[in-house]
Every structure is written in structure tokens, then in C-alpha cells.
Design a protein around this ligand. Structure first.
Ligand code: F6R
Length: 249
């Protein structure tokens, strides 16, 4: 794992946007797996701006969503579906044939998971995964104590995820289950980027970096990823004892 600290969210997001562009340039047909939420929002905005400004060809890459809230409509502004459309798919005019997102209303959960598993396998694995980290250490909806060998699955969300998750929704909704790419696929990603910014993530980052690797706090697994990049800002790094690579730009 490489730990990179930037002065603020703007600088770290620009760096991650450049990593996504680098991935697409070196492999135009790359499989990109994207989380939603506050952490990658600016990254996607800057990525879209850079792609348009520099006329980068994104017509061959393939995008999958890391996760989704079960039972939440794709039109709901709190859904992962809506987020990816708003910040990436629509601004970049990405064709529906280049995107696969979980169906939150599936009547066939095993089939829905299987379709994602088969797609990832058929494309030879995820080339670049951009994820955030939850207050309980989750990656995607891989909650504490998820099996390290898990593929895509439906997860019962833990109390922290449900409580924190309310921030995405304008109205009262029931969010008790999520569907997610599994930990095995997260760890098999050829490059794994986890983004965190702001002081509220400081204790989470301290655990991620300094605790023993354990599925009790899934984000610690990034310590073992040889191409894992923990991209954080100064505020999120504020509780670290660990040495890190400090970027001043
Ligand atoms: C969302 C996702 C979640 C979030 C995590 C952090 O697609 O995969 O695991 O990345 O809950 O959320 P934020 O970035 O809003 O703090």
C-alpha cells in the first residue's frame, strides 16, 4: 500500500482523476469500478472536466458500480445509480453499453450478483477500483466481518452504515440492505484507490493504516494490496503516527 497525503480534497481529487485517466490511456478498454458518496465526488467532477478538456477517448472503457442500496429507485438522488449518472455517465456521454450497475429492485438477488461476477471475470478483473471508506471501515457494502473470499453479494447493513447513509437522502427511506462487489474482487483489483478527506475520517484512517489487517475493519485490507493507494487529505491524516508521502501541491 502507498499512503499519499495531499493538502486538501481538491489536490487529492485531481491526483485520483489523473490516475483514472492514466489507467484509460494505458488500457482503453479498462474495467473501472466506482464507488459513490462524498469521498469521490470531486474526483469524478475533475475527471470529467479533464477528459472533456483534453479530449481523452473514454469510448472503450467499461464502468461498473461498486454497490447500491437495495430497494432505492435509480431516480432517487441518494441512489448510487443517480450519482454515477449525474457525475460521470451523463457529463461524459458514456453509452449504456459501457455501464453495468446493480439493479436495486431485482427479484433475483443471486442472479443479480452472478451477473456482476460473470462480467468482472469475463473482463479479466477490475483494472481500477475507486472506493471510499465508511465510518465502520466498510469498502463498498462489505461490512465488518465480511468473508475475505466473498464475491458480489447482498449485505444486511450495519447500524453505522444505516445511520450515516441517511445523509444522502432528502426524504425518509428504509435502507437496510445493500448489494456490493465482494472483498475478493476488491482485493483482486489491479489497482485499488481509497479516498478519504476531512477531519471526521481521521479516526477511520488511523485504524485503516495502524490497526492489524482484519475483516473486522475491512479498509485495513488495503495494507496488503501491492497496488493499493490510500489517497487522503491533511485533515484525514491528522491522527496518524505513521510516516507518509506528503504532496505539497
Ligand atoms: C458508496 C460506497 C461506500 C462509501 C463509504 C464512504 O458507493 O461504496 O462504501 O464509499 O460509505 O462514504 P462517504 O464517501 O460519503 O464518506
Amino acid at each position: 500500500m502507498e499512503l499519499n497525503v495531499y493538502k486538501d480534497d481538491q489536490a487529492l481529487s485531481a491526483a485520483v482523476a489523473d490516475m483514472i485517466i492514466g489507467c484509460i490511456k494505458s488500457k482503453p478498454g479498462a474495467l473501472l469500478c466506482f464507488a459513490t458518496g462524498d469521498s469521490p465526488k470531486l474526483t469524478y467532477r475533475l475527471f470529467a472536466e479533464k477528459v472533456i478538456k483534453n479530449k481523452i477517448d473514454v469510448s472503450k472503457c467499461f464502468i461498473i458500480g461498486l454497490d447500491e442500496w437495495m430497494g432505492i429507485s435509480p431516480d432517487n438522488t441518494g441512489s448510487c445509480h443517480w450519482f454515477l449518472h449525474e457525475y460521470l455517465i451523463r457529463p461524459l456521454n458514456i453509452s449504456p453499453s459501457q455501464v453495468h450497475l446493480f439493479d436495486a429492485f431485482t427479484k433475483n438477488e443471486p442472479g443479480e450478483c452472478d451477473a456482476m461476477n460473470r462480467l468482472i471475470a469475463a473482463k479479466g478483473g477490475v483494472d481500477l477500483m475507486v472506493a471510499g471508506v465508511g465510518m465502520n471501515g466498510h469498502i463498498g457494502f462489505n461490512e465488518p466481518d465480511t468473508d475475505i473470499h466473498s464475491l458480489a453479494h447482498v449485505a444486511l447493513l450495519d447500524e453505522t452504515t444505516v445511520t450515516v447513509g441517511r445523509k444522502y437522502f432528502a426524504e425518509k427511506v428504509t435502507i437496510d440492505k445493500g448489494i456490493t462487489v465482494g472483498l475478493k474482487q476488491v482485493m483482486a483489483a489491479k489497482k485499488l484507490v481509497i479516498i478519504a478527506s476531512g477531519a471526521k475520517k481521521a479516526p477511520v484512517i488511523k485504524k485503516t493504516v495502524e490497526d492489524n489487517v482484519s475483516t473486522q475493519f475491512p479498509a485495513t485490507l488495503i495494507q496488503k494490496h501491492t497496488k493499493g493507494f490510500l489517497m487522503i487529505d491533511r485533515a484525514a491524516a491528522s491522527e496518524l503516527k505513521t510516516e507518509f508521502k506528503w504532496h505539497t501541491n
